[in-house]
Design a protein around this ligand. Structure first.
Ligand SMILES: CC(=O)N[C@H]1[C@@H](OP(=O)(O)OP(=O)(O)OC[C@H]2O[C@@H](n3ccc(=O)[nH]c3=O)[C@H](O)[C@@H]2O)O[C@H](CO)[C@@H](O)[C@@H]1O[C@H](C)C(=O)N[C@@H](C)C(=O)N[C@H](CCC(=O)O)C(=O)O
Ligand SMILES: Nc1ncnc2c1ncn2[C@@H]1O[C@H](COP(=O)(O)OP(=O)(O)OP(=O)(O)O)[C@@H](O)[C@H]1O
Ligand SMILES: N[C@H](CCC[C@H](N)C(=O)O)C(=O)O
Ligand SMILES: [Mg+2]
Length: 491
């Protein structure tokens, strides 16, 4: 593509050379990957400044640079006020605006994004769509899976991935949209057809500073939803009416709202709700009619997730019987309320709860069915929101019967310091403190009595423990399985 064509949505830039005949073969934001004829975008980051790698990009054959200040280089550069913002537009243009010709559903909120994205993937597959998915666990293009570094990757990766999806005949993509991504403009250029809001509770205050800023970031998805009126098909905001932030989300969009909820009156509701040991049963009432859902997903929070998924599917034109079939067929998502069974006389559940609210929901669900004690193994991530640490410990103490505090990705912080933050305000003696996560799980397994349930919270699908920037293999599911086997053999 010719460079001026790539820049057509970037007005009034400053340059050092004529750009007319420059051909661009690819777009890159990492100098290490630059190839002959690429356009290199210099991004300021947390650890590095891409401008410092301009020379390296030139040596590797870059055709031109996008930067925020004039640089001493032999090739053309284009100075823009914000390279990150420019990247969204350039990536979208380079990959031919892939999301304008596919159905795109974005999900935001503190908890439930991954769960809902998988429910939607199943619904759309059941409805014979070719699907793509981008989120915390991985990227999926039909049945192929690829690793992702972020829940919501940068705009270059995103537009490239959507382009790849289109090449492989994907017609419907579902993605998680994190608050970081919204704040950093990673989804600029994405043409969402449906935007889903799950809920808002405390997390990520290390990044956003306060709950108002966090709320504002979340609302940006709705501000971005279909800014143009589409006579063919309306865009929809699918919003959890029961969450106090619902109103802000609604006011952020000019598009029609499809509300869902359990308590407040909403367009999509769960009536006759029964939460039981084997899952949930409810009447799904919608503007399209009613159906009974018998799901194996546990807990009220999963009913909210099913309502959100049903809302997004209805907004996308999927019929109720298909929604019912998919919701009843789903076995849930890896690391989300996932049982580990090795024939032990007590329950073991792995769950990705890493916020006070999600931990509360999961513990409450377990308490409803547990005949013995609920034992909870939980830690808090390092280099992340410090203020949620004592809150998570409080939830574990209040809603668990036996709390075992341990490590969960200490990253560059001393694990003991993180545990201090969690328990300093608690009275000594009412809990265990075991830094080594495997030993903490062992302790819970050895103490468990028939009828008890153990919740191993926080890591879910993760298969590593990040200590000082190094990732050590650690999979709660594997560790629990190994310890349960040892227990069986020792008896
Ligand atoms: C704070 C943050 O968002 N960081 C993101 C950022 O990395 P960074 O700022 O550290 O980048 P950097 O390493 O300083 O590099 C700056 C620039 O120099 C370039 N560079 C660097 C080195 C070199 O040799 N050559 C070169 O060109 C880099 O390619 C980059 O363009 O840009 C990277 C590429 O897009 C992201 O992967 C990275 O996310 C990190 C891994 C991260 O942990 N982010 C978290 C905070 C996050 O975004 N989380 C959300 C929410 C999850 C949730 O909801 O729970 C998410 O969406 O994942
Ligand atoms: N609707 C919900 N409301 C509250 N808690 C939920 C909800 N759905 C799931 N949870 C809890 O939150 C945990 C994380 O769920 P999920 O991975 O779906 O959320 P997420 O929004 O994708 O999280 P992340 O921001 O880390 O990607 C689950 O393991 C469960 O404990
Ligand atoms: N995306 C979340 C995941 C947290 C998972 C937990 N295991 C941790 O490391 O804190 C975050 O980065 O805050
Ligand atoms: Mg997620």
């Amino acid at each position: 593509m010719k460079l001026p064509e790539l820049l057509r949505h970037i007005p009034y830039f400053q340059t050092n050379k004529p750009l007319k005949d420059i051909e661009v073969n690819g777009v890159e934001m990492d100098s290490r990957n630059v190839k002959e004829g690429d356009l290199f975008i210099c991004l300021p980051g947390e650890h590095f400044d891409g401008h410092d790698f301009a020379q390296q990009a030139v040596q590797q054959g870059a055709a031109a640079l996008i930067c925020e200040r004039p640089l001493e280089v032999s090739i053309p550069y284009i100075v823009v006020p914000d390279t990150n913002r420019a990247m969204g537009s350039i990536a979208n243009t380079f990959y031919h605006y892939p999301t304008t010709s596919m159905q795109l559903i974005g999900i935001t909120g503190t908890n439930g994004k991954t769960s809902i994205s998988y429910l939607l993937d199943e619904i759309f597959q059941m409805n014979r769509h070719q699907t793509g998915l981008i989120g915390t666990i991985q990227m999926k293009i039909n049945e192929s899976v690829y690793p992702v570094k972020n829940t919501t990757p940068d705009s270059l990766f995103l537009q490239k991935s959507f382009h790849e999806m289109k090449e492989r005949n994907v017609d419907t993509a579902v993605m998680e949209v994190s608050s970081h991504a919204l704040d950093k403009g990673r989804v600029h250029g994405c043409d969402f057809d449906v935007a889903v809001f799950t809920n808002l509770s405390q997390d990520h205050l290390d990044y956003h500073g306060n709950m108002d800023e966090y709320l504002h970031a979340k609302s940006l998805l709705f501000a971005q939803l279909g800014n143009t009126f589409n006579p063919e098909k309306p865009k929809f905001a699918v919003i959890n009416e029961d969450d106090p932030a619902a109103d802000v989300m609604k006011r952020s969009t000019a598009q029609p709202v499809l509300s869902y909820g359990i308590q407040k009156e909403a367009a999509i509701m769960a009536d006759n709700l029964q939460l039981h040991e084997k899952g949930t049963t409810f009447t799904l009432t919608t503007p399209e009619g009613e159906v009974t859902i018998n799901s194996s997903l546990m807990g009220k929070f999963n009913v909210y997730n099913m309502l959100a998924a049903a809302g997004a599917a209805i907004a996308s034109g999927v019929k109720l019987d298909v929604i019912k079939q998919a919701l009843e067929a789903t076995k849930g998502v890896r690391g989300r309320f996932e049982p580990v069974e090795e024939g032990q006389p007590f329950g073991v559940v792995i769950d990705y709860a890493h916020t006070p609210d999600s931990l509360h929901n999961v513990l409450q669900t377990m308490q409803e069915f547990c005949r013995g004690k609920v034992r909870v193994v939980v830690g808090c991530g390092g280099d992340r929101d410090r203020t949620k640490r004592p809150l998570m410990a409080d939830v574990a103490m209040e809603f668990g019967d036996h709390a075992i505090f341990t490590s969960d990705n200490p990253r560059t912080e001393p694990p003991e310091q993180i545990l201090d933050d969690m328990v300093e305000h608690l009275e000594a003696g009412g809990y265990e403190r075991i830094v080594d996560r495997k030993e903490a799980i062992r302790f819970a397994v050895e103490k468990a009595q028939p009828g008890d349930m153990i919740l191993i919270a926080g890591k879910g699908h993760e298969t590593y423990q990040d200590i000082n920037g190094k990732r050590y293999e650690f999979d709660d599911r594997e560790v629990a399985r190994e310890l349960l086997k040892q227990l069986k053999e020792s008896k």
